[in-house]
Design a protein around this ligand. Structure first.
Ligand code: ADP
Ligand code: MG
Length: 314
């Protein structure tokens, strides 16, 4: 049987994994990072993310520095989504024989540039060979109990908000694939919202980062919180550049925002009264959490339509 036949990535994870027994594990699978009770009022968060050549990056348009930095930013994004701060990273790399020493040096310059920026340490990894280049980063972060934010804490009546703007990475990728011209920097050099997460976390209920598109992330929050949601299509934040890129490849920028990947923005849900407490962060209100029985849907000019599923890997 193919993975697509059982429903894809998440159906597979569900099928092969088992329940955690150890009481020190507060959250195992199904959040942006696992959460371990550590010291009094302090949790450890653990996440890992893998990039495969030609699937997650291409040497046709990314430099090794950019690839290294992106691998780190992707992990920082998951740590940020928990309300945590990154502390330590392990980096495993598979390189083919044709890869030069210079390439590896540039890759590591990318890793270290992100580590320096956010103040965490690269403490180890693994090196092996392979036909394609594969990078895996494992990251450990730390969070005060009060700031820990999960996918499972959305409440009916919460507003659904998103930082920055969406669709920029997927739009850039499509422009690169179709060999058009345009500003694709946000695809090549995505940035995690770590600083913003620190300002948001104290005032919100649920939080998740956007790695597979808004539709997918809203569905994750709804599933884990046993709630429904409505998203107002008109309120999805799109930059001028994203709209311009989408036009060049004759695609809808909303489609990139809802079903594209790797924007690394944060989606959070919060009661309306808490919104004014979030200072110094650019965000948009895009929807509302509903009772589960109301379902999950998109509103376009007041008309109900289906909210897609986001990016599917299989
Ligand atoms: P994210 O997009 O936030 O990185 P994913 O969608 O990749 O999260 O993963 C969802 C959840 O499934 C996470 O808790 C992750 O740790 C877990 N997970 C993903 N792949 C595996 C795997 N192969 N084995 C066990 N758990 C997995
Ligand atoms: Mg995530």
């Amino acid at each position: 049987m193919r993975i697509s036949e059982i429903g894809g990535e998440f159906a597979l994870i569900e099928r092969v994994t088992r329940k955690v027994k150890d009481k020190s594990v507060k959250v195992g699978i199904w959040d942006d990072a696992a959460v371990i009770k550590w010291k009094k009022n302090l949790f450890l968060v653990l996440t890992t993310d893998m990039l495969v050549e030609n699937d997650h990056f291409s040497l046709k348009w990314s430099t090794p520095f950019q690839i290294g930095a992106k691998a780190m930013e992707a992990n920082v994004s998951d740590i940020a989504a928990m309300g945590a701060l990154p502390k330590y990273a392990l980096v495993s790399i598979a390189l083919s024989k044709k890869v030069s020493v210079k390439f590896a040096e540039e890759l590591y310059r990318g890793f270290y540039s992100v580590a320096r920026k956010y103040g965490f340490e690269l403490v180890g990894g693994d090196t092996t060979h392979g036909k394609l280049i594969v990078l895996n980063v494992c990251m450990v972060g730390e969070v005060d109990k009060r700031n820990l934010r999960l996918r499972s804490d959305a409440k009916v009546g919460d507003l659904i908000c998103v930082t920055g703007d969406l669709g920029k990475s997927a739009a850039g990728l499509e422009v690169l694939r179709k060999r058009k011209k345009g500003n694709v920097k946000q695809h090549l050099e995505p940035k995690a919202r770590l600083k913003e997460a620190g300002k948001i976390a104290p005032y919100v209920n649920a939080m998740i980062d956007v790695s597979d598109g808004l539709a997918s992330e809203v569905r994750h929050i709804c599933e884990m919180s046993s709630v429904g949601a409505r998203i107002f299509k008109e309120r999805i934040p799109l930059s001028k550049n994203t709209k311009k890129l989408a036009k060049k490849v004759k695609k809808s920028p909303h489609d990139f925002a809802l079903n594209g990947g790797e924007d690394f923005e944060l989606v959070f849900t919060t009661p309306k009264k808490n919104l004014k407490k979030i200072r110094g962060v650019k965000y948009s209100v895009v929807g509302e959490i509903l009772p589960k029985k109301d379902g999950i849907f998109l509103l376009e000019n007041g008309k109900k339509t289906a909210l897609g599923k986001g990016f599917e890997h299989f």
